[in-house]
Design a protein around this ligand. Sequence first.
Ligand SMILES: Nc1ncnc2c1ncn2[C@@H]1O[C@H](COP(=O)(O)OP(=O)(O)OP(=O)(O)O)[C@@H](O)[C@H]1O
Ligand SMILES: [Mg+2]
Length: 305
Amino acid sequence: MTTDTLLSVRDLKVHFPVGGGLFGARKVVKAVDGVSFDVRRGRTFGIVGESGSGKSTTALAVMRLAKITGGAVQLGQAPISHLEGEALRRERRRFQMVFQDPYASLNPRKRAGDAILDALNLMDVGEPAGRVDRARELFLQTGLRPEQLQLFPHQFSGGQRQRIVLARALAARPELVVCDEPVSALDVAIQAQMLNLMMRLQREFGLTYLFISHDLGVVRHLCDEVAVMYLGVIVEQAPRDALFAQPLHPYTRALWSAAPSFDPDAARLPLRRPLPLRHRRVPHHRARAQKGGFGPPHRLPPSER
Ligand SMILES: Nc1ncnc2c1ncn2[C@@H]1O[C@H](COP(=O)(O)OP(=O)(O)OP(=O)(O)O)[C@@H](O)[C@H]1O
Ligand SMILES: [Mg+2]
């Protein structure tokens, strides 16, 4: 680990026990099985791999949202894999996550501004009196208009919703942002805007990204260094240009050649159909009145309650 390393992951293991009913044999899924990598400050580290290779589980473990079976995760000097309680809560401001589906990430009954205020309150960012101004500032930084703070998630487009999620992730001025397929649910044209925004924010605030994607074009566009995962381990890792020019591992080569829209000679975003949004039922949270928020809670019509 050099001095400009922000995130250091060492021999990370996440094993899930499955089965083990009355007569079932107890088995273990080794979703992540000994993963190590360093991410330099202000850079973007990409993880690619086919479905089920362990990308999301790695991200969740780094975020301390999946139980770590073994190994260590360090953010700067903080051993975040081993922190608990208040110490972990304090460090949480420094690392935040953006998920794939912006609609599922937002409470449909909560105004966008209140979603940001909640994050600021939860992480106790700044003085309470200044938090509405901070929410406005975050909206401007992510290309939204302050008057849109009053609106509910369904009143935004998919791309705008992901901007709200990004604004909320940036609320506490984190150093590391873990992004799990952040543009996969968006329309192709909107993907490019979102990626450009992320790159601009990275330059402005010196952000470090851990960026997970199955889209090789997006990874090539954005990442400085890339790791290829297969069945819970990293099979190859290299700086972006070297990896795309000369993939060494047979699995990486197979991955490259299996990507129909990926043109290895062109450093551009691929033209491909956007992934369909998963039709997921959004959990029905109870609306709560917010003191000093962005308006009264949303009342759903009786048919949707
Ligand atoms: N909570 C869990 N319990 C049991 N197995 C799990 C759990 N979460 C993930 N797995 C398994 O771990 C493996 C890795 O899953 P993971 O979601 O990390 O893959 P991924 O690379 O993100 O895939 P995708 O590209 O589809 O998102 C898979 O075999 C998955 O079924
Ligand atoms: Mg995943």
